[in-house]
Ligand binder design. Structure first.
Ligand SMILES: C[S@@+](CC[C@H](N)C(=O)[O-])C[C@H]1O[C@@H](n2cnc3c(N)ncnc32)[C@H](O)[C@@H]1O
Length: 198
């Protein structure tokens, strides 16, 4: 599901970019147990491309493949990431155009809660990760999506949402383990974690 105007403004601004570069990069580096140097990283739902910048510049990846459902977001990302080792396309996390077991790390900067059939996206992430590969995720729990502010100002699927433990259980069903260290941040607005493919 694409963002409405209010959420676009919340996501596409310098404060969020600074937060991703500083705090979120530090969370992910800690969760990954170090940086991602030399790795091929797939970013799902890349938005305007700040996440790919973070993955290259703060986490040390060698190259990034990234896609988003929204063509206008991909166009913003293309402009931002011109000349960087990033391959961008329009795509759906429920049908990832990537061969199975080929990706070192998948990064999800807050998109899976936008996907109506979110369980399908977990199955796809698990499919493309190589054995031993890593998923780093930042997600929004059901109680936030059902809050007055979210329901009033943003547009999200309301049915079939998840809390952190349900997200972790779905990952485990697809052979992605290690989510015991899920952390809640920003007064419970989001949770972050890491899981490794068997
Ligand atoms: C909350 S924004 C996050 C964007 C970016 N990751 C960031 O942190 O700035 C969610 C993004 O997910 C994208 N999206 C929603 N459903 C998607 C899907 N099924 N496949 C790929 N991208 C999707 C939206 O277009 C939007 O850019």
């Amino acid at each position: 599901m694409k963002l409405n105007t209010v959420e676009r403004a919340i996501m596409n601004n310098p404060v969020r970019a600074a937060h991703q570069h500083r705090r979120e990069a530090a969370w992910f580096r800690r969760m990954a147990g170090g940086d991602l140097s030399g790795q091929h990283v797939l970013e799902v739902g890349c938005g305007r491309g700040v996440g790919a910048e973070v993955i290259l510049d703060r986490l040390g990846a060698a190259r990034v493949t990234a896609f988003d459902l929204d063509e206008s977001m991909v166009e913003l990302a293309r402009r931002r990431l011109h000349g960087r080792p990033v391959s961008l396309s329009v795509g759906d996390v429920c049908t990832i155009e990537q061969q199975s077991a080929t990706v070192d790390t998948v990064v999800d900067f807050g998109i899976i809660h936008h996907v109506p059939a979110w369980q399908e996206s977990i199955a796809e992430v698990a499919r493309v990760l190589r054995p031993g590969g890593l998923l780093l995720f930042e997600e929004v729990p059901r109680r936030m999506i059902h809050s007055w502010a979210f329901k009033t100002f943003t547009v999200h699927p309301l049915e079939n949402r998840f809390e952190a433990e349900e997200f972790a259980a779905e990952l485990a069903r697809h052979g992605l383990h290690g989510t015991a260290r899920i952390e809640h941040h920003l007064a419970g607005m989001l949770f972050v974690g890491a899981a490794r493919k068997n």
